[in-house]
Design a protein around this ligand. Structure first.
Ligand SMILES: NC(=O)C1=CN([C@@H]2O[C@H](COP(=O)(O)OP(=O)(O)OC[C@H]3O[C@@H](n4cnc5c(N)ncnc54)[C@H](OP(=O)(O)O)[C@@H]3O)[C@@H](O)[C@H]2O)C=CC1
Ligand SMILES: N[C@@H](CC=O)C(=O)O
Length: 353
């Protein structure tokens, strides 16, 4: 099979960006033999700046620097130079932006400017970060293939909505033609780890520390425990799958900060469980009521059996009935894998001849 090269810019080299690079060597042969694809990194960025190597950077050297907690720009020298990441996205010859900087739900930055710049110049985008989608879903959809224009640059973000869980893809692709009546989901891994551990006798602080150790808590974990991360994901599902233009102010949000081990034990009585439930329910007027709140679900509920590091989504629709998906992830690897899944889903359309 002929092998073609996709030139990538990767912004953010933390849990997700670094894990993505770490995962790649195990995929090289599969990508080449099954998909005829090689990924080449022409720029990568962290808080130290953006390292550019137009002939391709060495992912192993980048991973090694990040493991040593060094800024990636320390690798500059020879034919590798430093710029700022927005300039790189605006000017470098590249096909694809992989965005994994922190999520800021007030400004959407730094991801928003990067994704805007990429789409404006026709570069395809795969995102793990959520801020830009939360703040400007409409705008980014208009400038990408979500507008219905199949010639527009591709925008994919399946990893941003609960990592490996195929939450977006099932709703958008596999339930096409159905009217979704309810969506119920556990979308935040940190609170799922915390509720599970608190139910087993750990303190709130111990449980949060474990989610941080695993690498799934947000850089600012109040986003997780106060329910905003789950709300961000529900917002993305509402816009992309339910096709209801939605802002965060349109979601009723309650986190788990007031939950006690006793609340969890009571909910677990008779096989039920306490979960941070994200929910969308279609009303008689066709609009969805959206909420995120700790909810005691009974034993027969499909989300009641989820354990540590598990996520799940259940769609009810008029013609497909009930469709559910579950995932159990190993820290940030599931999200890195979802970014790869997104790349492969668009590769046939975007690979240069
Ligand atoms: N962790 C997870 O399981 C998941 C995370 N996500 C999303 O993915 C994104 C990344 O998460 P995660 O990897 O855990 O976060 P980390 O905090 O581990 O990594 C963030 C990375 O972005 C870099 N960075 C921070 N600010 C800037 C900036 N202003 N300019 C350039 N680079 C910057 C950091 O640089 P430096 O290395 O120098 O600190 C770091 O490399 C977030 O938006 C998160 O919401 C989505 C799904 C799952
Ligand atoms: N902080 C998030 C990470 C993935 O989006 C979570 O805990 O689920």
């Amino acid at each position: 099979m002929q092998t073609r090269t996709l030139r990538c810019i990767l912004t953010g080299l933390g849990n997700i960006g670094r894990t993505f690079l770490e995962m790649l060597p195990s995929r090289t042969t599969l990508l080449r033999e099954r998909y005829g694809l090689t990924l080449q990194f022409v720029a990568v960025a962290d808080t130290s700046g953006c390292l550019v190597g137009e002939q391709g950077l060495d992912p192993a050297a980048i991973v090694e620097a990040k493991r040593r907690r060094q800024g990636v720009t320390t690798l500059a020298g020879g034919n590798l130079h430093v710029t700022d990441m927005l300039t790189a996205v605006r000017q470098l010859p590249a096909d694809l932006l992989l965005e994994a900087t922190p999520t800021d739900i007030q400004t959407g930055q730094p991801g928003l400017d990067l994704v805007r710049a990429a789409l404006q110049r026709g570069m395809h985008v795969v995102m793990a970060s959520k801020g830009a989608l939360v703040v400007a879903f409409d705008e980014l959809a208009r400038h990408s293939d979500w507008s219905g224009n199949r010639h527009a640059p591709r925008l994919r973000f399946s990893g941003a909505v609960a990592g490996a869980l195929p939450s977006v893809n099932v709703g958008w692709r596999d339930l096409a033609g159905g009217e979704i009546t309810t969506l119920e989901a556990v979308l935040n891994g940190t609170t799922q780890v915390m509720l599970t551990m608190m139910g087993e006798g750990k303190t709130y602080a111990e449980a949060l520390a474990e989610a941080q150790r695993i690498g799934i808590a947000e850089p600012d974990p109040t986003l997780d425990v106060e329910g905003w991360d789950a709300a961000n994901k529900l917002l993305i599902l509402a816009n992309a799958v339910l096709r209801q233009p939605t802002r965060l102010s349109g979601i009723a949000v309650e986190g788990i900060t007031h939950i006690t081990p006793d609340d969890i034990r009571q909910a677990r009585h008779n096989g039920g469980n306490l979960i941070l439930l994200a929910r969308a329910e279609r009303g008689a007027d066709g609009r969805y009521a959206l909420s995120v709140r700790p909810t005691a679900v009974p034993a027969h509920h499909p989300l009641a059996r989820l354990g540590m590091q598990e996520a799940g989504i259940v769609y009810h629709s008029d013609i497909f009935g009930r469709t559910a998906a579950f995932s159990m992830e190993d820290g940030p690897l599931g999200t890195a894998a979802a970014m790869l899944r997104d790349i492969l889903s668009i590769a046939p359309d975007i690979l240069p001849e």
